[in-house]
Design a binder for this molecule. Structure first.
Ligand code: HEM
Length: 155
């Protein structure tokens, strides 16, 4: 929490006034709230806002999957089937996340962040129908979190 507060102090002290939103957005995009960003992403992982999404299959689909035994299998998803994507499970998958039950923002910093499976972190899902508002949401939430931590002492 202290690290988030220090980032908030350093960020807001660069502003001439608290409502200088343009400068704030520029400073934040430049990375001044990077640890706060990591805290936010870790919160989105550990406490999935959207734990499950579903899709309806509009035509028969067949694709190949490689099982844990290394063998390739053909999998059919028939027209009309409902496919459930368990985001909560992906966010707690020990083959992707070391000690998934631990709240550890460092996962989202440096090499550890770059080397992770792209489909392990899905708060906004991936693909053509992913969340349209994700960049706005992440920017806003980062700033709001920094404001709150600067103003209040959370226990
Ligand atoms: C932390 C905040 C947010 C989370 C975790 C989130 C998560 C998601 C997820 C998981 C989906 C896919 C749902 C599905 O297809 O079943 C989605 C879709 C969408 N989200 Fe967000 N969202 C957030 C904030 C926002 C904001 C702030 C906006 C708008 C400003 C927004 C706009 C949309 C729209 C328009 C879609 C539908 C996209 C499409 O179907 O093509 N979201 N969001």
């Amino acid at each position: 929490m202290e690290r988030v507060r220090a980032e908030a102090e350093a960020t807001f002290s660069q502003l001439e006034s608290e409502d200088d939103e343009e400068s704030l957005a520029k400073i934040v995009r430049g990375g001044s709230l990077d640890y706060t960003f990591a805290v936010l992403k870790e919160a989105l992982r550990k406490y999935s806002v959207v734990p499950v999404v579903t899709r309806s299959c509009v035509k028969d689909d067949v694709f190949e999957v490689v099982g844990k035994d290394g063998k390739t299998q053909r999998l059919t998803v028939p027209k009309g089937a409902t496919v459930v994507l368990n985001i909560e499970a992906a966010h707690n998958d020990p083959s992707v996340w070391e000690e998934p039950e631990k709240f550890d923002p460092e996962r989202f910093i440096g090499e550890r962040d770059k080397t992770r499976d792209l489909y392990g972190f899905l708060p906004f899902i991936q693909g053509p129908r992913n969340c349209l508002g994700q960049h706005l949401a992440l920017l806003e939430a980062r700033v709001v979190l920094a404001y709150l931590v600067r103003a209040y002492d959370f226990r």
